[in-house]
Design a protein around this ligand. Sequence first.
Ligand SMILES: [Cu+2]
Length: 94
Amino acid sequence: MKKALTLFAALAVSMLALAQVPMASGEVTKVDKANARVTLKHGEIKHLDMPPMVMVYRVRPPQLLDDLAVGDRVRFAAERIDGNYTVTALSKAP
Ligand SMILES: [Cu+2]
């Protein structure tokens, strides 16, 4: 029971963290599954102080790259983790 509660608490915290990262818009210009990297042409990302640009992001988890192709328009959450710009959530834009 205690284990389940701890798991639930961890899940709630991670969902909260996810909810606090604003989603940005972008277009995929390169998918690098071997290195778990994606290149995105993105709009302004205020919480990271970024103007629109093309840049490479680390992807965690790498499975976010499954079914992703060059030219796809996406919504994504980017965070700075250990000094690396990292995509932590990603979905194709409708
Ligand atoms: Cu950028």
